[in-house]
Each structure stands twice: as structure tokens, then as C-alpha cells.
Write a protein that binds this ligand. Structure first.
Ligand code: ZN
Length: 343
């Protein structure tokens, strides 16, 4: 009897001690800032973002530009016109090849033609959207990038255009002004200066390209405003170098727009932090049906962690600890995220 009581006494003492250890672990963890999490300014916690945009569905896009981008692991956004002659002659390439190389399609209207009223504008914009959504698998609805074509007549008020873009889940891209290859900038150095400007301001910059010089296959003519290969390839090499140095996120306008929009209202809530485990959630105010870009989080972990598990519904990743922090991507959907120490 006394033996039993004694055992019980020891047991409850042990529970108290374990409870105290847990509280202490929580308190010391908290005191060390464990669990403190920031949302990185850009994906991957790099310094800046850069967009490479190509207009008008020129043949040199699939002949030269897309392969050169893919070779370097870069992406470009191609503003296509599915009803334009140059596109139709090579629709197979756009349909089956270019997007599979990791390239993104933007809406540049159906055939790059003038419109005389808002109804007509909606028609040519919707027709291009329909083609992109049909060709490229993904969620419907989803956001696409819109690039206003430079046409002779565009008789649509800015209010009407904004309403059309909103209705069709289109995000207007930044303007051509001061960002046109060949038109505004001729040398690799000038174009890389745009990228360095983004890095200096920790912001976003972009370049809009039309044709790219074609050497093979040898044609009798070059595409519109063809950018020399001797300028274009070193430009891509320079961008890749900055990407590899962790300075640039080279992405498409919609991914950058989603990231910035979600980040603006992102909120991290730490549900619990001990020396063994950190639990948190990430939320934002944007509509999750359209805004599904993972944000990069950087969380402080206890000093003695060398690696940890990241668990969330459907995923289980191992993360390396660097200087007391772990970096990982998460969609801001409010699902619990658990970081657990690995020994
Ligand atoms: Zn155009």
C-alpha cells in the first residue's frame, strides 16, 4: 500500500518536473526569439525581382529566345496573339512546345489589331485568354498578365479597360516606356543596369523584347526590332549570374504580382515555440482562389538545431538550419506549419 502510494508520489512529482521543464523550455525558447518569423521581400529571400517579357509571338521566340532561356534555367513571359499570321503559321510550337519549356504566356489580344469600342476590346482580349487557358493546364479561373498592344486605334477608355481586365482576371503589366530592348536600350550593359537598379532598390524591374536575331535557321529576314544574339545571350548570362548569387528572382509578372499582393497583408501567428518544435500559421487577405503563390518565410530556431522537419498537410520536408534560421515556402492559407527538430 505504502509502496503504491510512494510510487504514485514519485509519478506525480515526475509529471510536475516534466511540466516545469516544458514551461521552462517554452520560456527560454521565447526569450531567445525562437519562432520569430519574417516574410521575405521576394521569393527565396533574394534581393529583387526581374521579368523578361517578349511581345507579338515572333518565330524567333521559339527558335532562339525560349531555348536560350531554358538552357539557363530562366523563364520568360511571351505575350501571344493567337490570331496573328506569324502565330498561326507556327501554332504547333506555341501549343505543344514553348510553355512546356517553362515559359509563361501573357495576353496581348487575339490578333494585335485596332478596336473601336469597349465591346470589341473585350472580345479580342477574351479570345486570347480563352486560348491560353485552353492550351496551358492550370486552375481556372487564374490570373494572367495583360500587355496592351501598340495599335493604330484603341478607342477604349481607361475605366472600361480596367473593368474588362478585372472581369477576365487579367493583371496589367508595367508599361513599355523606358523598358524596350532595341527601342530604348541597345547594349547588354544598359539592360543589365535595369537589373542592378532593381537590386539597388530591392524592387522589381523588367525588359520588353520584340524579335531576337535569328542566325539558324537562316531566313531572308529578321523579326521586328530583332535583338542581336551578341547582346541577348550575354544579357541572359548576366541575369543568370545575379540569380545564382541570390540577388534576383527571375519570374513572370503574375507570380511577382501575387507575391507582392499576398506579402502586403501576410500575417504569421506563432502558435507555440519550444526547444523541440515550432508551430505557426501564415495567412493573408487576398482571395486564395487566385492568389496561391507560396511566400518565403524565415524562422528563427533554437541555436542547437542543425536541421528540422517542416510538416504541413500533404508535405514533409527536411530543412537545413543556417545561422540559427530556416527558410521555406508556404501558401498563406492558414494551415498549421510545424517545424520539428531533427537530431
Ligand atoms: Zn505588340
Amino acid at each position: 500500500m505504502s509502496k503504491h502510494c510512494k510510487a504514485g508520489g514519485q509519478g506525480s512529482l515526475w509529471i510536475k518536473a516534466a511540466g516545469l521543464a516544458l514551461v521552462l523550455s517554452f520560456l527560454t525558447a521565447e526569450a531567445q526569439g525562437v519562432g520569430e518569423t519574417r516574410v521575405a521581400r521576394w521569393k527565396g529571400d533574394v534581393t529583387a525581382a526581374f521579368l523578361l517579357l517578349f511581345d507579338d509571338s515572333w518565330p524567333s521566340h521559339f527558335q532562339v529566345a525560349a531555348p536560350a532561356l531554358a538552357e539557363r534555367g530562366l523563364t520568360g513571359t511571351f505575350y501571344i496573339n493567337p490570331g496573328k499570321g506569324e502565330y498561326r503559321a507556327f501554332s504547333n510550337q506555341w501549343e505543344h512546345t514553348v510553355w512546356k519549356m517553362g515559359m509563361v504566356y501573357g495576353n496581348h489580344t487575339y490578333a494585335h489589331e485596332s478596336v473601336t469600342n469597349a465591346a470589341q476590346a473585350e472580345q479580342v482580349i477574351k479570345a486570347c485568354n480563352d486560348e491560353i487557358l485552353r492550351m496551358v493546364p492550370g486552375r481556372v479561373p487564374r490570373l494572367l498578365s495583360y500587355g496592351q498592344p501598340g495599335v493604330k486605334e484603341w478607342l477604349v477608355s481607361s475605366n472600361d479597360l480596367q473593368a474588362i481586365l478585372a472581369k477576365h482576371n487579367l493583371v496589367d503589366r508595367p508599361p513599355f516606356k523606358d523598358h524596350g530592348a532595341v527601342y530604348h536600350w541597345q547594349t547588354t550593359a544598359q539592360m543589365l543596369a535595369l537589373a542592378d537598379r532593381a537590386i539597388d532598390s530591392q524592387g522589381l524591374e523588367y525588359l520588353i523584347v520584340h524579335g531576337v536575331e535569328r542566325i539558324k535557321p537562316e531566313w531572308k529576314y529578321q523579326d521586328f526590332w530583332a535583338l542581336k544574339q551578341a547582346v541577348f545571350f550575354p544579357l541572359l548570362d548576366g541575369l543568370k549570374e545575379r540569380r545564382d548569387q541570390g540577388k534576383l528572382w527571375i519570374t513572370d509578372p503574375v507570380s511577382a504580382h501575387k507575391y507582392e499582393t499576398e506579402r502586403a497583408s501576410a500575417k504569421v501567428t506563432v502558435l507555440g515555440a519550444t526547444r523541440q518544435e515550432i508551430r505557426l500559421t501564415l495567412t493573408c487577405d487576398a482571395d486564395l482562389r487566385l492568389y496561391d503563390e507560396p511566400l518565403t518565410l524565415v524562422t528563427r530556431v533554437p541555436e542547437d538545431w542543425r536541421s528540422c522537419d517542416l510538416k504541413r498537410t500533404g508535405t514533409n520536408l527536411t530543412l537545413a538550419v543556417s545561422q540559427g534560421h530556416v527558410r521555406y515556402d508556404a501558401v498563406p492559407d492558414g494551415q498549421p506549419l510545424t517545424l520539428r527538430r531533427l537530431d
